[in-house]
Design a protein around this ligand. Structure first.
Ligand SMILES: [Zn+2]
Length: 140
């Protein structure tokens, strides 16, 4: 069962991030890196911001991340979340994926126990129609 009900807006891939979402559909969390200089970037974009090269490669993220920042959402900004308050939106960083800050949900932990620096583990939320979204829960 998905974290949020079906009325939650789904990803709408565009030409820049379609590969990211195709990877997610296959339960692969990977980030775009410049094939010329290696600089990571997210969200995906057509040119490297460091050297302007268009060539890219995709690098798998490790299965764990660290909470860089987070907020606990108490206000239902969309009807899909009304029955799921409060929930956590976190900014995560991954070892080996320098410079990328990734926004996702952290589940399975009360807001009082969340901490900056907490290790979290990836899980895949099956939202139907072949799409999966990367979410996280405490690693231990
Ligand atoms: Zn580059």
């Amino acid at each position: 069962m998905a974290l949020f009900p079906d009325i939650m807006p789904r990803p709408e891939p565009n030409m820049d991030d379609a590969a990211f979402w195709e990877n997610c559909a296959a339960r692969r969390l990977a980030f775009q890196a410049c094939a010329a200089c290696g600089v990571f970037r997210h969200p995906p974009s057509p040119l490297c911001p460091a050297c302007h090269a268009p060539e890219t490669r995709w690098v798998d993220a490790p299965g764990t991340a660290e909470i860089y920042s987070f907020t606990v959402v108490h206000y239902p900004s969309h009807p899909a979340v009304r029955e799921h308050l409060p929930y956590v939106v976190a900014v995560l960083r991954f070892d080996g994926i320098e410079g990328v800050k990734f926004v996702s949900n952290v589940t399975g932990v009360s807001a009082e126990k969340l901490r900056i620096g907490m290790k979290v583990r990836l899980w895949w939320d099956d939202i139907g129609e072949g799409m999966h979204l990367p979410r996280f829960r405490p690693a231990q």
